[in-house]
Ligand binder design. Sequence first.
Ligand code: FRU
Length: 496
Amino acid sequence: ISTEESLYRPNFHFTPKKAWMNDPNGMFYYNGYYHLYFQYHPESSVWGPMHWGHAISTDMISWREQPIAIYPDELGTIFSGSAVVDISNSSGFGEVSKAIPIVAMYTSSKKLGEGDNWKQTQSIAYSNDEGKTFTKYDSNPVIDNDNIKDFRDPKVVWDEDRKKWVMVLAAGDNIMFYDSKDLKTWNLLSNFGKNIGGHGGVWECPDLFKLPIIGTNESKWVLLVSINPGGPNGGSATQYFVGDFDGTQFTLDKDFETSLNNDHNFWIDFGRDNYAGVSWSNARTKDGGILMLGWMSNWHYAQKVPTETWRSAMTVARKVQLQKNENGYRLISNPVQQLASYRGEKYKKENIIISGDTKIIDTKTIDLASAEIQFNISDLTETTYTFKLENQAGEKLLFGFDNIKKTFFINRKQAGNTTFSEKFADRISIAPRTSSNQNLSGTILLDKTSIELFFDNGETVMTEIFFPTEPFETLSINSNNQDFTLSSIEINKLNF
Ligand code: FRU
């Protein structure tokens, strides 16, 4: 097994066995399996003519890669899109085999001449074998387009209130809304987003879903929009909007609109490595949350990261809910509960005095490249709480909370190989804290090349990748000259 495999192949994040991957696509749940398709270029480790790769899982954590599901054709290469379980056979694609059809909708993207010129139209394909193979519809494209430059990433959702299919599509600087009765004929309803929210780059990969507000009987509609560049810490990131959808038009909630205008801080994840995420179709948690994952990279440097056999991983699958408190609306994300069944050895300690650099644990006790950490600090003081992962090579990854500036941070400047791209370690990533709690709690997921931070029960999330030249061996916490008590820490080895 090569050094690249042993050093960088994640323990519990999905990667294709070989070649280039970007966005998650066509995610749906059916008959015991979660399906994950993905933007895939099987011939190389950089982006190229797109296919839909495929993987399946019973728990969204352990994935089995499957044969490529959709190949390019005369209409173009297969860009991002979605898939739905057409339970009532509204499309009629189930007639032949009597199986419930799975209908995928994606962007056919065809290069026109030289340069960055594409014709992007929307096409559909159906599967009568539960998502293994797809047949393209013979009247594609179902939405033609001759003049919009960036016109892509259809996400189809079932609108239960109106009993119809609704589709959101990114169109450069806004989202277009469509509806359909049969998934073949689409009517343009409205658009949303010109001059609203972040516009530092092109809008991509939208999603639309209705979420209950935790602890109430109310619900709100949420629109996700990925943007590249223009993310809060540079490059690619996913923003969200909270509002209402009346079957035709999406309008911002008034309170949300005020907060958005004051300070646009509505990002699913403030780290630099969670992009183009959308939800699983036909799947919800018991309490009505959606399930999603994202591409764990960033267009700023994705094609240069130091793995050659494969490129890119997905984030861990997350449950996303909507919260409303005195600070307004907030999407909260946490790892899916299925992850807990992989817990192995446990290290647990309470009331640890942190004084200067204080070592918590090393990799001999629990492998720090396959771990879940939960911590709590009950009385915050005016200091910076810095967690540090280190190895023998003197490389370190720093992350934590600055309680003077009230910001979370990840600093990967010295976390190993960073020279492959100027933009990779050009800055420390930060995220403003939204909670005004006097205590701080968090969940930290550590894999060989990634960290996922879920602070304040998922109110603020940060995901980043890194490439140490040897595994990180110790975890310590620094008190920045002001001793404090770490109220509790629990570290679980995750076994796969
Ligand atoms: C987002 C994206 C999508 C597009 C796909 C192409 O990362 O640019 O808008 O469909 O990647 O691979």
